[in-house]
Design a protein around this ligand. Structure first.
Ligand code: NIG
Ligand code: FE
Length: 398
């Protein structure tokens, strides 16, 4: 089919938004066959079915490249505690935080986890999202880590979306291993990774490198196994302090390092060399009331691609709107609207190692979002307003 009379933010590099006015996109099966000015549409397309978009905006289907949408329960009680003066770290050290979601996730059945995840997935899809990354990390035992990843894979069979999974066994030390984090890595985290991978449940391996989680040496042990299995790396790094996570990630040629509020210019430099994407998570910054900003200028100066994601999770970022994350990226981190759109398309695809998504380009998957707006800056500009007109997933209007 041929989509005509459209403004197209192709997100190809070289011009702002790779914008084409009075444009057209031809779709064949699940791929983009042609994109360009409407006046240049080849004669041979005359027999195609046409849809006049009346000037509306086409962007690549959006990509949420960092989420924890599969989890049990919620943590509104901790939200209340923080507003009464407790800090995120204090709550975590006192046995709340990630490990309280672990309890709820262990207790939930696969069906319950799936049902609650789908409510969050549906909110994302309604905003033109076509790819969602989903992490494990609230199981922290072999069985529950695998249960989470199976649920993540099931989402793809029930909704028109691509799911990319990340194994996050090194997310927190569970209660039963308190004070024995090395043992947890050797006896649970690595065996869980091997078991999950042998079931084909793992697309990438993630970790949480932080004082309240795991140190560099422990994360390295997990990453060494990932590399042996041929799996790419991601890392929650420099969120609450700087303990060298971004540099560690760069050494493993990570797809991305995520959060990065406490990253330095030197960190940006090595990430530029390793071509790792900086995934910024303004929802967590906002929810935790952080004041330290990620070094956006250093990322720009060092040629580090910036992505934005929701980090949708019950603790630090109960956010299921990628459009709001884009707006927060601009208002809180001073990204430009163009950077924020690149952050949920082209650069988010890179953060997941996807080479055929995130741009409106010939040969790419026909995952497209059509918006009832006329300039792409409108997407990040509005707050709490969804202007999605329709969505194409793999060439089909779904
Ligand atoms: O990405 N930083 C570590 N992990 C999650 C938070 C998890 C939680 O608090 O439940 C994050 O922010
Ligand atoms: Fe996260």
């Amino acid at each position: 089919m041929l989509l005509t009379n459209a403004t197209i933010a192709t997100m190809k590099r070289g011009s702002p938004y790779g914008l084409i006015r009075d444009g057209a996109v031809a779709i064949k099966a699940d791929k983009i066959l042609w994109v360009g000015k409407a006046q240049d549409v080849p004669q041979s397309f005359n027999s195609m079915s046409r849809e006049d978009l009346e000037g509306r905006l086409i962007t690549p289907g959006l990509i949420d490249c960092h989420t924890h949408v599969v989890h049990g329960g919620n943590r509104s009680d901790e939200f209340e505690m923080r507003l009464n003066g407790a800090s995120y770290q204090e709550i975590s050290v006192a046995g709340g935080g990630i490990v309280s979601t672990v309890k709820n996730t262990r207790e939930a059945s696969q069906e319950e986890l799936l049902e609650s995840a789908l409510t969050r997935v549906d909110a994302l899809l309604a905003e033109g999202v076509c790819v969602i990354e989903v992490k494990s990390g609230y199981g922290l035992d072999v069985e529950t880590e695998i249960k989470m990843l199976r649920v993540a894979r099931l989402i793809e069979t029930l909704r028109p979306v691509i799911i990319r999974t990340s194994f996050l066994g090194a997310h927190a030390v569970p209660k039963e291993f308190k004070g024995r984090s090395d043992k947890y890595i050797d006896e649970v985290c690595i065996p869980a990774l091997l078991a999950a991978n042998s079931e084909g449940l793992v697309d990438a391996v993630d970790g949480f490198c932080e004082g309240i989680a795991f140190n560099k040496e422990q994360i390295s042990r997990v990453f060494d196994v990932a590399h042996k299995l041929g799996l790419p790396i991601k890392l929650h790094a420099e969120q609450l302090s700087n303990i060298g996570g971004a540099q560690l990630a760069a050494r493993y040629k990570a797809l991305s390092a995520d959060h990065l509020e406490y990253a330095t210019f030197k960190d940006a430099e090595v990430m530029g060399l390793s071509k790792s994407v900086a995934v910024l998570l303004p929802g967590a910054f906002y929810t935790l009331g952080e004041t330290q900003h990620p070094p956006v200028k250093a990322f720009r100066d060092c040629g580090v691609d910036i992505a934005i994601a929701t980090d949708c999770n019950p603790g630090s970022s109960p956010l299921a709107s990628l459009l709001l994350a884009m707006n927060m990226g601009c208002s809180l981190f001073k990204l430009t609207p163009e950077e924020s759109l690149a952050g949920v398309t082209r650069n988010a695809a890179r953060a997941l190692g996807l080479s055929n998504r995130g741009k409106v380009e010939v040969g790419f998957k026909a995952d497209l979002a059509v918006w009832d707006v006329f300039h792409p800056a409108e997407l990040a500009y509005r707050i709490g307003f969804n202007s999605l007109y329709k969505r194409f997933f793999g060439g089909l209007e779904l």
